[in-house]
Design a protein around this ligand. Structure first.
Ligand code: SAM
Length: 220
């Protein structure tokens, strides 16, 4: 049933949380609440807004995508963010994932190689009044050693292997969430740093992301 004053976007967002996220196993109530409160349509160009809540990736500029809602939720859950965490995102895209992390109380630095996307993402975040996100233009594949150690690193583009620089930039107890594999099909990995030289890796199944292009990613 529609609620009073609800827009079609609000209804679609409620349905997304129930049908795409909760029903398919997203159980972290904080992640569900963050995504229930974030208007995905505000991170898209007007022509793509009707597709904001579809069960798949949505086109943004530069041939890139805003990830499927379930994938955003699962990666966020795997990162286990708590308020005050310092999180590095590689692959700003629309800014939606960074906004979800900031809503959970993280302080986020997000790196995007396309200046046009980075500028648009800054605009979307500012328009919604979302604070605590720094958008940087550049190649994020080697991470950001100047800000390390990070409590979490989330790479929202597919890497051929785990970029060698990233695991060492995690704090002890920190987590790296990253899709790794060939162009066109990858495995989602969650890597936890358990000690100075101790990393524990779990696989969370198959995903498909656009490629991470850069010094520690794929060639352009
Ligand atoms: N997290 C994004 C969102 O919420 O909309 C979706 C990211 S999109 C699937 C992947 C992004 O990674 C693209 O915008 C792409 O330009 C960017 N990217 C690819 N390689 C990169 C690199 N080496 N450094 C920074 N950004 C990169």
């Amino acid at each position: 049933m529609p609620e009073p004053g609800e827009t079609s976007f609000d209804r679609a967002r409620r349905a997304m949380v129930v049908d795409q996220l909760r029903e398919r196993g997203i159980g972290d109530e904080r992640v569900l609440a963050a995504m229930a409160g974030l208007p995905r349509e505000a991170f898209l160009e007007p022509g793509e807004r009707p597709f904001a809540y579809r069960d798949g990736a949505v086109a943004i500029a530069e041939g890139q995508t805003m990830s499927q809602p379930w994938v955003v939720a699962r990666m966020t859950e795997l990162l286990r963010v708590v308020p005050g965490d310092r999180v590095l995102e590689v692959g700003t895209g629309s800014g939606y994932q960074a906004a979800a992390l900031a809503t959970l109380g993280a302080r986020v630095r997000t790196i995007e190689r396309h200046a046009r996307l980075a500028d648009a993402a800054r605009g979307h975040l500012a328009a919604l009044g979302i604070e605590g996100v720094e958008v940087v233009i550049g190649d994020g594949s080697p991470g950001a050693p100047d800000g390390a150690p990070w409590d979490g690193i989330i790479v929202t583009a597919a890497a051929p292997i785990v970029p060698p620089s990233l695991p060492a930039q995690l704090a002890i107890g920190g987590r790296l969430v990253i899709p790794v594999g060939a162009r066109g099909s990858q495995e989602l990995l969650a890597i936890e740093r358990r000690g100075p030289e101790d990393w524990f890796t779990e696989s969370d199944g198959a995903v498909v992301f656009v490629p991470l292009i850069g010094a520690e990613g794929f060639d352009d």
